[in-house]
Ligand binder design. Structure first.
Ligand code: FES
Length: 277
């Protein structure tokens, strides 16, 4: 691995992994991919199939892969906004379908990254769903957030100024300051739950990597907070018991002890579920 593939040396074990997780799985998809896509797109819906998503790394427990990253930017007013891919029309299995898909930071970013655990049926991940894409605060996860925002408030860069020292008594202080949020959920029946974290590690990594530079901003990173195992909501620095599973500074899913590392990004291959036709 070249030096540019790693987070700075002082961040220790953190590193950015460029490979596709599950090379053996890739072979399987190659062998049956077209049949799978055919079934997925004609009987139950459209737009699913073999997909490579950028995810925060899965580091422990039974989950099959990491949680999909949500690329973001900071608006001119200082609010944190997720990026939703542009809508485009493609032909799949002889049928013209709309997909959310664009080139970003040298990769293909697609709405399919979020098509699992029933999320594929939610209106807010349909390609044309109209939303301002701003992350909005959720209450009950972090004391600082409850003291700063009401539910539904937009989150602002100024409220993360102490990100290099913030702590809540769990894990190590100064690793990253989180907020529990929803995305594209203002006018939807179901929420998309996400986590936004601001960290020096992300800020530094963006200086050396095209993808991280394009998908994060001023040290902010976001990911969809839906466990890839059985779809529970994991917690970043929310439970003391996370330390028993080497997740004191990571994201821990209490349902069956899966662990994710928000400071290691990797590309993960999976079969995205089709959207309802
Ligand atoms: S570990 Fe099973 S749902 Fe998260």
């Amino acid at each position: 691995m070249s030096k540019s593939d790693k987070y700075p040396a002082e961040s220790g074990r953190r590193r950015f992994v460029k490979g596709v997780v599950g090379g053996a799985a890739l072979a399987g998809v190659g062998a049956m991919g077209s049949a799978t896509v055919n079934t997925l797109t004609t009987s139950g819906g459209v737009g699913g199939g073999a997909t490579v998503a950028t995810t925060i790394a899965h580091t422990g427990g039974p989950a099959p892969r990491g949680l999909p990253q949500i690329p973001l930017r900071i608006t001119d007013e200082g609010y944190i906004e997720g990026i939703w891919p542009e809508t485009t029309t493609i032909t799949q299995e002889g049928q013209e379908i709309e997909v959310a898909q664009e080139d970003l930071g040298g990769r293909t970013y697609a709405g399919e990254w979020f098509q699992y655990c029933g999320v594929e049926s939610q209106e807010n991940i349909q390609p044309n769903f109209e939303s301002d894409n701003l992350f909005r605060s959720v209450t009950g996860s972090y004391e600082w957030q409850d003291e700063t925002y009401d539910a539904g408030d937009r989150i602002h860069v100024d409220d993360f100024d102490d990100y290099d020292t913030w702590g809540n008594g769990l894990g190590t202080d100064g690793v990253g300051k989180p907020a529990a949020v929803t995305w594209r959920s203002e006018d939807a029946d179901s929420d998309l739950n996400a986590v936004v974290i601001r960290s020096e590690q992300i800020e530094q990594a963006a200086e050396e990597d095209e993808w991280i530079a394009a998908s994060t901003d001023q040290g902010f990173l976001a990911y969809l907070n839906v466990c890839t195992h059985f779809c529970c909501i994991p917690g970043y620095k929310q439970l003391e018991e996370a330390a028993r599973y080497d997740a004191a500074d990571g994201s821990y899913c209490v349902c069956h002890q899966s662990v994710y590392d928000p400071f290691t990004l990797e590309e993960s291959l999976f079969i995205a579920r089709p959207r309802p036709d």
